[in-house]
Design a binder for this molecule. Structure first.
Ligand code: TRP
Length: 266
């Protein structure tokens, strides 16, 4: 949509009263969040408004205006819902779409805003309970945030945070065994790689708790096809080995990651 109507975003945002209408649409769902009484028609209407808001979030001229008006914060109560029926799932998906559009810009201001408003636990919740597309967007947001140093430091700042992220990444990875999703896999691998690169205890903890998949030759071989993913795999396994060496020096012993799965250094 943003490509088709490049100037739709500023046009929308600057139209009189539109920001208030966006807000009104989002807030109209609140009474239906708990107890859950959201109808499919209501959900569709708000999702349509959120699709337009996503357009505003994508555009470089309007992105920061949206943030300065704190509009993303009004999506948080929606992201906190856990009702599994379709109207709620779509609403969460559309809300994550807006946040996903914001993080695509890779700007520090966006990351700082989202981190300080505690988007990470909300993404983790959606990664855990969402269907495939919802999981993918929530994971994409976490991946984008962790691709920035500020975001990675934030996640690795306390053991609770680090373990919360690691636990949910493991859950998502495990869910892929039942329901494979190459696009989700492509996002989850860099998340592990980024965590493993952290020099704090987070990196060490990751190495000693790396899911079995990363010791499985067939799983690793399946990742060779996509060069970007393969690069992340190599980084992850290199970091894991380096962390392991550090922990062996620190502890004077330890288990190992299988050398069979070591990526060749081409
Ligand atoms: N207030 C919590 C914290 O700062 C927010 C939080 C909960 C969190 N779970 C998290 C942050 C997981 C990062 C990762 O730790």
């Amino acid at each position: 949509m943003t490509d088709l109507f490049h100037d739709l975003a500023p046009l929308l945002w600057n139209a009189f009263g539109i920001a208030a209408v966006f807000l009104q649409e989002i807030i109209s769902t609140y009474p239906a969040l708990s107890p859950p009484t959201l109808t499919p028609a209501h959900s569709i209407r708000v999702c349509n408004a959120l699709a337009l808001l996503q357009c505003v979030a994508c555009h470089p001229d309007t992105r920061m205006l949206l943030i300065k008006a704190y509009i993303p914060l009004y999506l948080y109560p929606i992201l906190r819902t856990t009702n599994m029926s379709a109207p709620y799932e779509f609403l969460r998906l559309a809300s994550l779409g807006v946040i996903g559009a914001l993080v695509k810009a890779n700007t520090k201001e966006v990351f700082t805003f989202l981190l300080s408003s505690e988007i990470i636990p909300l993404c983790l919740l959606n990664m855990e309970i969402g269907r495939e597309t919802t999981k993918t967007i929530a994971t994409f947001i976490v991946e984008k945030i962790m691709s920035d140093e500020v975001g990675l430091d934030y996640v690795c700042a306390t053991a609770e945070r680090y373990f919360a992220v690691g636990r949910v990444l493991d859950i998502v990875l495990e869910s892929l065994e039942k329901q494979p999703s190459p696009r989700l896999l492509k996002i989850i691998i860099p998340c592990y790689a980024r965590l493993s690169s952290n020099p704090s205890r987070a990196g060490l903890a990751l190495t000693s708790n790396l899911p079995d998949n990363f010791g499985d030759v067939t799983f690793i071989d399946g990742l060779r096809e996509d060069p970007t993913t393969w690069n992340w795999v190599k980084q992850l396994l290199d970091n894991a080995r380096a962390n392991q060496a550090r922990s062996v020096i620190g502890r004077g012993g330890g288990g190992g990651i299988d050398d069979n799965v070591a990526p060749s250094s081409e």
